[in-house]
Write a protein that binds this ligand. Structure first.
Ligand SMILES: *Cc1c(COP(=O)(O)O)cnc(C)c1O
Length: 373
């Protein structure tokens, strides 16, 4: 077997003719920056998320950073997020000059433990970034209720959750703004880096358009120090094609996840939980086991790639030593980091391969008893 964690070539084979037409159209038109395809994609993606407006940017990290800046978050402010996320969530806070404050996670969904949120709020707190990790939405209602009571901004990190739903509503439409990544391996991925912010707040949208484009409101009229954080027209053209397939791809991921669930549930390991409020899009299919490293190398030896998302929680990363958190500060996140293992999942993954992967895990978890006669 030779099974990657995600197979971008298989996906490309399924859409190649459409993508090649879209790309060559942009090449012939020659508008590579802020071109028509970008504006079309922005309105289609906003529509997909049930929001009014979307602003394309160069990656998910920029989407988070610019969203924070558009809400005037900066030095002296505190922003609360999860201790169990990709480092970019927290870097984005740091880039603005604000101070990241971390909260432990719920042991079942790996999203922010809402019961620990309120005690982390201080007079300096300005925003909360819930992370819809692995494609599973954070528990947004209590987060929004607490945020409203304290006058805080909520920016969803939806970088792993394109299309996921919370109580029937699309992620991205729940907070004041949301950030998505189009890194190639995400559920909706470009052929390079990309990202987008969605919001219903027209004032914030206007500020985001200025911030992503050198702080200019019209050409060479710079009203503030901005950035070059635009989404390429070529990537937008590719994303327009892929967006049309996203629901089908997510449905396929959900089917594969439930197949894994059924095959693995009786083994001595933890399969993913989907909260009653959630429709996850399984960006990753993550199991937990005390024998994580053994399962990982056994699968590797049999040609099955796996991942660890993520092996070190944020507060134990050397980059964030300065936050002053000790080992033991976030026990659930720390335990998860030592036990999580991501199995291959992507729309084109054959069901038979999932069955073979499950059989391998079963062999590894409960090796066949040796006969001593
Ligand atoms: C991918 C990701 C990001 C960053 O997106 P980039 O496009 O890689 O900059 C941020 N947060 C989470 C949770 C992610 O998975």
């Amino acid at each position: 077997m030779n099974v990657p964690l995600v197979d971008l070539q298989a996906q490309y084979r399924s859409i190649a003719p459409e993508v090649e037409v879209a790309m060559s159209t942009v090449l012939r038109q020659g508008h590579f920056i802020l071109g028509e395809e970008l504006h079309r994609f922005e309105s289609e993606f906003a529509n997909y998320c049930d929001t009014t407006t979307a602003i394309g940017v160069d990656c998910g990290t920029s989407a988070l950073k610019l969203a924070l800046l558009a809400f005037d978050i900066g030095p002296g402010d505190e922003v609360i997020t999860s201790a169990h996320t990709f480092i970019a969530t927290v870097f984005a806070i740091s880039y603005t000059g604000a101070h990241p404050v971390l909260v432990d996670i719920d042991p079942h969904t790996y999203t922010m433990d809402v019961s620990q949120l309120e005690r982390s709020i201080t007079a300096q707190t300005k925003a909360i970034i819930p992370v819809h990790i692995y494609g599973h939405p954070a528990d947004m209602d209590p987060i929004l209720e607490i945020a409203t009571r304290h006058g805080l901004v909520v920016i969803e990190d939806a970088c792993q959750a394109h299309g996921a739903r919370y109580k029937g509503q699309r992620v991205g439409s729940l907070g004041h703004a949301a950030a998505f990544s189009f890194y190639p391996a995400k559920n909706l991925g470009a052929y390079g880096d990309g990202g987008i912010v969605v919001t219903d707040d027209q004032n914030v949208a206007k500020r985001l358009r200025v911030l992503r484009d050198y702080g200019q409101r019209s050409k060479y009229h710079h009203v503030q120090i901005g950035f070059n954080h635009r989404l390429d027209t070529l990537q937008a053209a590719v994303l327009r094609i892929k967006l049309r397939h996203l629901d089908a791809w997510n449905a396929a991921r959900r089917q594969l996840a439930s197949l894994y669930d059924g095959l693995l549930h009786s083994l001595p390991l933890v399969t993913p939980t989907q909260a009653a409020y959630a429709e996850s899009v399984y960006h990753l299919y993550v199991i937990q086991s005390d024998d994580r490293d053994a399962i990982c190398s056994f699968l590797n030896d049999h040609g099955v790639a796996t991942g660890m998302h993520y092996p070190i929680p944020i507060h134990l990363q050397p980059a964030y030593e300065s936050l002053g958190y000790q080992s033991g500060a976030f026990p659930v996140a720390e335990r998860a980091a030592q036990r999580v293992l991501s199995l291959p999942i992507y729309a084109e993954l054959p069901k038979a391969t999932v069955r073979r992967i499950a059989t391998l895990i079963e062999e590894c978890a409960s090796p066949p008893a040796r006969s001593h006669q």
